[in-house]
Design a protein around this ligand. Sequence first.
Ligand SMILES: Cc1ncc(COP(=O)(O)O)c(C=O)c1O
Length: 455
Amino acid sequence: MTTNHLRKVPAIPDLTRRQFLAAGTAALAGTVVEPNLRELLAAEGSSPGEAPDIDPGFVGPQFFDKQEEQALLEVLEQGSPFRYWGPGRPVKVQRFEESFARYMRARFALGVTSGTAALDCAVAALGIGPGDEVIVPAYTWWSDYTCVVHAGALPVFADVDRTLNLDSKDFERKITPRTKAVIAVHLLGGPCDMGPVMEIARKRSVAVVEDCAQCVGGSYRGRKLGSIGDVGIYSFQINKMITSGEGGALVTSDPALYERAARFHDMGTIRQFFLDRIGGPSRVPTFAGENFRMSELTGAVLGAQLSKLDSMVAQLRRSAGAIYEGIQSLPGIRLRQRPDPQGDIGYSVFFELKDRVARDRCIDELRKRKVPASALSGSVLLPIEESVIHKRARHPNWPSFNSLEGKAIQYGPECCRQTLGVYDRFVQIRVGARYTQRIDDYIIQAIREVPGTIG
Ligand SMILES: Cc1ncc(COP(=O)(O)O)c(C=O)c1O
């Protein structure tokens, strides 16, 4: 088994950070940029046509090593891939749950098969169903919408703002007497502004699900994401931070919510193991559930990956922080609004241009320089998706969409104008956990050369 997936990083000529920033300051002051991108590349023996490979890759797999290999071998050698019984001593998922809850500073964690499954469990735990409304950001991943639809409740969209996360004012505007919960998504590596969200939610008796799928390891004002609302969920799919290919988890500090989530993930049953964990008899009658149980193979990989999460975050943060610092006062761009920059995991760097035309030209120019630039990625403008506009569930008589409120609700561009505008203006630059200072500097220099020329 090959365990070393660490990528080779490209060489860019040596400059101290001080020299580099001095060059940038000179550029901003209108003096000669010294050295510029062409010179950086020439000194490296490349021309701009042969820019270095700065593919950020996938974070988790870059950290696979003997630890994952050993943990997987233990499961295979014992013949114990099922978490609840079988040969040997299956404890990988149990141990992962215990460490994950400790890491997230929540009382309980539940390992499941995906982030989508974790959202379904969260919605089931909160007892959300027919007649309820759940507020969901207009730009996020499908699962935040489908978990509400599948529960028989009605998704109501709120706009995102320049944080690229829920606009708390629009969240408040969208609350009705039927609103049971809000899904506060920490999108694209940056924490949602949880202060106002929690204040509004508590005042209006709205439950809070934190979706941390894209921000595993992030925090907000010193609190780990997922531990602030009533329930937090995570994804371990390959494009996230720690990964087992697929996988998910839920955390909560409420024993009744935990029991409902544990029941839902296991056909409505509850094993003694969970009752021991919550320290008491069952608080919840059985109900129809699903099978979202995590396998020991997944638990083995995640246990090893979790011990590296802090280093993954530290490396991404270092590069993202340097890039943000290097471009912060550039004219013509506005950086992503970050309610707590220290809690950002540095998955990408974001800045805003005046309109879509400028954004697209900027992306083209950055790509010509081999900088991994794109429009916002990894999520969907849900209200303008065809199946959403037509309120299409898996059966045409889906009760929530055929209720009075369901018939009245209008999806489509009119319900998310602000989000569409934000989406059109933002540029995303991916950050890699193995970027060196030289790569950070190369990206900074490329950004300095480009946006100003396209305005
Ligand atoms: C914000 C968000 N929530 C939930 C999920 C679902 O996670 P999974 O792919 O593990 O089902 C994703 C996955 O991309 C996501 O980005």
